[in-house]
Design a protein around this ligand. Structure first.
Ligand code: NAD
Ligand code: GLY
Length: 371
């Protein structure tokens, strides 16, 4: 609606929607949401941290737009993405009288977005939802593309649904209150887009890392818009991950196993697992003779300079290589018992393969265990 707000369109036929990126979008949310509403009420789902900092501005904005609202504050953290909290949230939605055609609003990071999207998908067999992502990770990745779900003791995101939001409002101002560790976790997913198919973007990140870390709004906005454009293009081509969408999982086969191995706890947050996983995916690509060693080294240097973990040794208390490989076997991308890997021919040249020699994988993890 104003020049300072950029729009990325996710083109999915009747499920298409816009991602708005810019300042003060939480304070302007009522204006953006009103045209989407069948009746002037929404249910807000947030977590306890985000509620303290950002819920009042959202509520004021909804009040100004004449939109009634109820809010639920979920516990913060990955363990909230579970059946028990899904049940509590879904029952709350039904108790507050959410009807078909009403809108549920996720205000928070990827945990809140994934859980809320899934609850919206199943409550009354589907109510509308919109995302107000407040972490860098959720602004560049999890709020876009409609993957929703929860974790189970068997692994990460194993229960869920593809369910697209009606709108995403990525307020760049929200990042000002984000702890540096969480900002960096999101930055790992930004780096991922450069690694997948955009070497010039990786070059740009090398130059602009300090600005992104220190709060340069123009640099952050550029990085968010570029990331959303990259993800939107892939999702538009393959919404339900039949082929190219799997590229977005670069680093995730390793990363999810590391997250499971650390009990989905704050010993290793999701983006950190992705950072270590991307470095390992490059190492494996080098070991298989697919990728120049200097590209793997360049990636590791960049992750280190950012302040992200990029080695198994950076994650304390991990199980041995065989147990990690067993955890990888829970990946959703396992087909006929074979793991799918996203490997690389170099920065900006990721590809999907199921032809990884298990001995090479084991040898890499054994070697890195010691490094
Ligand atoms: P998160 O939602 O746990 O948020 C991280 C922490 O930051 C939490 O403690 C939260 O309370 C706090 N927080 C959030 N916004 C804040 C703000 N503006 N100021 C201060 N504190 C704030 O974690 P995340 O990294 O946003 O998301 C990780 C989740 O996203 C994982 O569960 C991962 O599986 C999922 N994910 C999903 C997709 C997808 O496509 N659906 C993609 C990537 C990741
Ligand atoms: N984060 C992976 C995907 O959305 O497909």
């Amino acid at each position: 609606m104003t020049a300072d707000v950029k729009t990325v369109h996710v083109s999915l036929g009747e499920r298409s929607y816009d991602i708005k990126v810019g300042p003060e979008l939480i304070a302007r949310a009522g204006t953006y949401l009103k045209p989407l509403l069948r009746r002037a009420r929404v249910a807000i789902v947030t977590d306890e941290n985000v509620a303290r900092i950002h819920l009042p501005a959202l509520e004021r904005s909804l009040d100004q737009a004449g939109i009634r609202h109820d809010a639920i504050r979920m516990p913060a953290g990955e363990s909230t993405k579970c059946f028990a909290e899904l049940q509590r949230l879904t029952e709350w939605l039904l108790e507050t009288g959410v009807e078909r055609g009403d809108l549920v609003l996720a205000l928070g990071g990827g945990v809140i977005g994934d859980l809320t999207g899934f609850a919206a998908a199943i409550a009354r067999r589907g109510v509308d939802f919109a995302q107000i992502p407040t972490t860098l990770l959720s602004q560049v990745d999890s709020s876009v593309g409609g993957k929703t779900g929860i974790n189970t003791p068997q692994g990460k995101n194993l229960v869920g649904a593809f369910y697209q939001p009606r709108l995403v409002l990525a307020d760049t101002g929200a990042l000002e209150t984000l702890p540096m560790r969480e900002l960096l976790a999101g930055y790992a997913e930004v780096v991922k887009y450069g690694l997948i198919n955009d070497r010039p973007f990786f070059d740009w990140l090398e130059t602009n890392l300090d600005g992104i870390k220190s709060g340069d709004v123009a640099a952050r906005t550029y990085a968010i818009v570029k990331s959303c454009e990259a993800k939107a293009a892939i999702v538009a081509a393959d919404e339900r991950e039949s082929n190219v969408r799997a590229l977005l999982n670069l680093g995730h086969t390793f990363g999810h196993a590391l997250e499971a191995a650390t009990g989905f706890s704050d010993r290793l947050v999701h983006g950190e697992g992705v950072a270590v996983g991307m470095a390992l995916a490059f190492d494996l690509s080098v070991r298989l003779g697919l990728c120049p060693g200097q590209d793997a080294a360049r990636l590791r240097r960049h992750l280190e300079r950012a302040g992200l973990p990029c080695r198994l040794a950076d994650v304390p208390g991990l199980p041995d290589a065989d147990e990690l490989i067993a955890l990888m076997g829970q990946d959703k991308k396992v087909v006929d018992g074979k793991l799918t890997f996203i490997l690389s021919r170099g920065i900006g040249e990721a590809f999907i393969t199921r032809d990884v020699d298990p001995a090479a994988l084991r040898a890499l993890l054994k070697e890195r265990e010691a490094a």
